[in-house]
Design a protein around this ligand. Sequence first.
Ligand SMILES: C[S@@+](CC[C@H](N)C(=O)[O-])C[C@H]1O[C@@H](n2cnc3c(N)ncnc32)[C@H](O)[C@@H]1O
Length: 269
Amino acid sequence: MTDELPGSEPGRPTGEVWLVGAGPGAADLLTLRALRLLRRADVVVYDRLVGPDILDLVPAETRRMFVGKMRDRHVCPQAGINELLIELAQAGQRVLRLKGGDPFIFGRGGEELEALAAAGIPFQVVPGVTAAIGCAAAAGIPLTHRARAQTLIFTTGHTKDGELELNWRLLATPGQTLAVYMGIKALGSLCRKLIEHGLAAATPAAVIENGTYEHQRVVTGTLATLPDLAPDPRFAGPTLIIVGEVVGLRTSLAWFAGLAPALGNPGQA
Ligand SMILES: C[S@@+](CC[C@H](N)C(=O)[O-])C[C@H]1O[C@@H](n2cnc3c(N)ncnc32)[C@H](O)[C@@H]1O
């Protein structure tokens, strides 16, 4: 296996940026390419959701820079991150920009690359296992299934001024699975709106916290019951919501118990 990625220019005097997905948490879900580049980088610029076991794989002599977001406060605003990446690369550094999950799924990877492209900085992109894929696998929920879901939608539940602005008619279509990122604060209104727009109140739904980690927790219910079973304050870690008939398959397909303490409801595992 060669150390160069397609498109890399061996011996390049100027720096470059490698935009790399770290996956949803468990270190052994990192790709081999990501691991190879982690060992070659001069500096790793990373986000909050990059797991500690993955940071342990960064060589001790490699510089690390945390630019993550704590709750609603950015340690470094996006424009500052873009500038930092450009400055480091212009100084000749091989910069590994490490993001949780996949950099192109709700990760602002596109924005960072636009800034790099405008500044003439060469870059590479390494995909990662996105949270929806990792959480679904670890929770025993197949995201598609011939008899239950022919369409899969990744959406954000992030609110604007406290309001969820989503295409409800599209989202409330039966026969599909919704994977909702950043939606726990708006879980009640998400479930209510889906019912209002036509999904059955009995549609199965799940919240997965810390997906793929040993301390993963899963709460299952229905659109009608989940907001009470899984209220926002119960979760300190990242959470993903899955809605659709496929969630019901977990009853027979759950395979990963995790080590988390019980949340105290029958849907939890
Ligand atoms: C800013 S988005 C970044 C998504 C990331 N780029 C990806 O592809 O997974 C952060 C959201 O991803 C979800 N997430 C990331 N890691 C997760 C995990 N291990 N378990 C559950 N949800 C996770 C949560 O909804 C979290 O609020």
